[in-house]
Design a protein around this ligand. Sequence first.
Ligand code: FE2
Length: 327
Amino acid sequence: MTEERYRHEIAHLARVELHTPNPDGTLWFFKDLLGMYETKREGQSVYLRGYEDPYQWSLKVTEGPEARMDHAALRTSSPEALERRIASLREGNLDGAWSDGEFGYGKTYEFDTPDGHKMALLWEVEKYQAPPQLQSKILSRASKKPLQGLPVKRIDHLNLLAREVTPVKESFERHLGMKTHERVVDGDIETGAWMSSSLLSHDVAVMRDARGARGRLHHVAFYYGIQQHTIDAAEMFRDYGIPIEAGPDRHGITQSSFLYVFEPGGNRIELFGDPGFLVLEPDFETRTWTMDQIDTGTAIGGTNLPAETYFTYGTPPIEPIPDIVRR
Ligand SMILES: [Fe+2]
């Protein structure tokens, strides 16, 4: 059986938990500026969802000593797919264990990537049911578009930093059935890979950590669906003091429109204007970008992704922390 037969076993990125040393600032960013709804508050954590997120939460914000990703969870396409992916992870000797799950989700299989990122797979979810005052007349929409900030529709994707890209990429391909649609090489070194198990250009990306650290987060992305909203968001962030790292512009890699900012806790967040190209071909061949093509790959419109932050800063942060993040 070829790996191709395992495609579509991972449906999408369901949720991410971020830690923040500045919970008030982080919650102001996600609730007031990005219009996310709060669905639960417990202990040091607050659960949030965008107005088209289908489950109880897509983002959990937890107070902690430093900005970082606690974990990210992918939902499989069926209970059987979950069992098959777990069996494959176990064959590959990737450490993992079941947990009982938490608010809005059932039992969850937790494992570490070869670089140490905490990931999880799950099938069981509690679909979000809007109370009458939040029910949308648009039937495919899980709740009304809120009248605050510039609201994001839903979580989109995850970008991980890794000391070595290739082992993480290969584990996602081999055990999760993901396909790498695009990659970047610098000579013999693979410096980036964008992969999914669906028609999207990526659910997960992995990029080389220029600081040589392991298991860090580059960014979590939230989806607008309309490129103009990234320009509107840039104006909002300027006015309200959120540091903009790069954008709005369009990547050549994935062909998606982007805007990168730092939320007040220090995690990098991407606002994703549109999904970029869709991978409809079942036998799509991986595109490999080389360094002589990288300017087009990073930004078609010529935006400079700043070397002093974009390729070195991740969370948890490593000193020296750039001034733009410290503000
Ligand atoms: Fe991204």
